[in-house]
Design a protein around this ligand. Sequence first.
Ligand code: ADP
Length: 398
Amino acid sequence: MKILVANLGSTSFKYRLYDLGDPSEPLLARGAVERIGSDSAGIMLSSAKGEFEMVAPVLDHGAAVQLCLSQLTSPDFGVIGAADDVAAIGFKAVHARQLSGVHRVDESVLDAMESYAEVAPAHNPPYVKAMRMLHARFPKLPLVAAFETGFHQTIPEAQSRYAVPDEWATKYGIKRWGFHGASHCYIAGRMAELLGTNDARIISCHLGGSSSLCAIRGGKSVATSLGMSPQSGLPHNNRVGDFDVFALPAIMAETDLTLSEILDTLATKSGLQGISGFNDLRDIEKAADLGNSQSTLALEMFIASIRHYLGAYLLELGGADAIVFTGGIGENSARIRAGVCRDLGWFGIEMDWMKNSTGEGERTISAPSSRVQLWCVPTNEEIVVARQARDLLSGKGA
Ligand code: ADP
């Protein structure tokens, strides 16, 4: 069964095609269409037959998927015989009110996502728009939404509830839903393989454009730092992270901003960018090296926030067998990893500083004497979504 996994941005469509009929689950092709809507969209495809790049007009996401299917079936680079060979498109969808888990995309799913456009403003609107378009254009091709909240449904109520009136939680679903489910799920599964046990206590640190920690016991999420929305928890690249809502009336009183303008600022101009002025951690690290104090502060705040949740999850799990770094920052920033792990000998956490600052890919970065293993593990959210789509289509998923 061949599953296309789509990663949508407002003007981009990135995809990977997996063959899940083969037990080794090979990645058949990956590609991207960027600057959708322009006359000069960038189109890339990489398959076993070679790599291909071009610039051409691409009107919308429907046209991007059409292009992707014709390239995947082309004699030059194609890896499938016909577009019908694609059993489904799977989406790493974010938030659909009280709908979690994995679902065939239909009007009720789209309505639920649409109703949370303001809760997940960077994610839900482009997904809903593109899914509607694809649904209309390819009515027979199943679209499957694997929600990022799904992996966190095992979190006990004592960890997932906010202390709000009971009705808000039970009737309206105002609670810590958690996100990055596909990534933390991948790390849980991969670490079970690497550690040779399904019973491990793992703290998964997904650090990237958006970041979260997840406490995992026996392969299941038991706590996570993201809450009701993807704007919570750790500071993200441009989203605020944890924030006291009673600051809102104070900001409104001090500025001319409306509530929706403030929310937009919190969701697009805050986080590491709000502190340092830079959106990308590489730029923040460079600026800090040149003595920029706001960038140094952004790095220190990011590390402090990671350590805040790390400490909480060490208590929650009663220690840890492994702490795992993943995501663009987790996999690549030796400086952030070193900052997080400094002076934690009391907890049995000892980094091998040399291993941390050299090497790449999947590897341990802990000292031999460390009771807690430290790992860098590149995540693979797409394979998780592909498997979830396959399971739903074959009647195994929920
Ligand atoms: P997203 O959450 O959007 O999927 P990624 O997981 O790819 O993003 O992470 C993007 C982040 O990773 C950016 O802030 C980028 O600066 C950071 N990053 C990528 N490579 C490096 C690197 N070599 N050193 C430090 N940070 C890096």
